[in-house]
Design a binder for this molecule. Structure first.
Ligand code: NAD
Length: 256
């Protein structure tokens, strides 16, 4: 069994509706690499509009559906819809996530639970459903997005529950890599440093950018394309011998 990716293939990308986000760039690069793309994001209209724009920009096939990734029924319905509309589901980039800048002593249990629900349980819900399709095709590429916040214990924007959920994703990804490897499925992690998107409460001010850059070896702020380069490589045919790996994309802000 070669476990090669099929020529006609689809990657599900969650969180790709954010106009300046990482997911949008990942989806666009995957389309340029020959994938069809199924977008899942909170708002159905935004997901459909993003998919239409991506298809037009790249000439590829994309379809967008709405689902909260922490809602198993909504995810099942969304993935069923994508599976019917697009070629075999053999790729998954779990990009959707939410930030949590609340100091620990002020943190409510509701905020803690929402962070874990979306950033950890949501990734599991989508992964389990899509992995079942990958098993039928005997090949798959899963990439989950952790954070430098898990490696350093915050220090950029988000704090405790975000760091806990993102650290949880590392163990989760390694465990599924172990269980799913026999089906030709790889599972890897990308851990970005601060990237100039809207997740840290809007556009980064020049002052905040300078603060991050001062701690980095590469003297510029990271972009969604920097992160997408690592994610789309891990989803490519040529990355098929890499699994359970965690690639940092942080300009040298953290070594470990
Ligand atoms: P973003 O806010 O631009 O995009 C996040 C997307 O996820 C949005 O489209 C949002 O609608 C979607 N989303 C949020 N909750 C969802 C839910 N419950 N169900 C479905 N979709 C949901 O943020 P981004 O910066 O592009 O972040 C993408 C990922 O990268 C996140 O997981 C984030 O934690 C991670 N990350 C970002 C940075 C950074 O500095 N920007 C650093 C490290 C890790």
């Amino acid at each position: 069994m070669t476990h090669d990716l099929p020529h006609e293939r689809t990657a599900v990308v969650t969180g790709a509706a954010s106009p300046r986000g990482i997911g949008r760039v990942v989806a666009e690069q995957l389309l340029r690499d020959g994938w069809s793309v199924g977008v899942i994001d909170l708002d159905a209209d935004a997901a459909a509009t993003a998919a239409a724009g991506l298809a037009e920009a790249t000439g590829g096939r994309a379809h967008g559906v709405g689902a909260d990734i922490s809602d198993p029924d909504a995810v099942a319905h969304a993935v069923d819809t994508l599976e019917q509309a697009l070629p075999p589901l053999v790729g998954l980039a779990n990009i959707a996530g939410i930030s949590s800048p609340t100091p620990y002593l002020e943190l409510s249990l509701d905020e803690w639970r929402r962070q874990i629900d979306v950033n950890l349980t949501g990734v599991h819900i989508v992964t389990q459903r899509v992995a079942r399709s990958m098993v039928t095709h005997q090949v798959g590429r899963i990439v989950n997005i952790s954070s430098i916040s898990a490696q350093r214990g915050g220090g950029t924007f988000s704090k405790t529950p975000y760091s806990a959920a993102k650290a949880g994703l590392v163990g989760f990804t390694r465990a599924i890599a172990r269980e799913l490897g026999e089906y030709g499925i790889t599972a890897n992690i990308v851990s970005p440093g601060p990237i100039d998107t809207d997740i840290m409460g809007g556009r980064l001010s020049e002052e905040r950018k300078e603060g991050f850059i001062a701690e980095q070896l590469v003297k510029r702020i990271g972009t969604p394309s920097d992160v997408a380069a690592a994610i789309t490589f891990l989803m490519s045919q040529r990355a098929g011998f890499i699994t359970a790996e965690n690639i940092s994309v942080n300009g040298g802000q953290y070594m470990g």
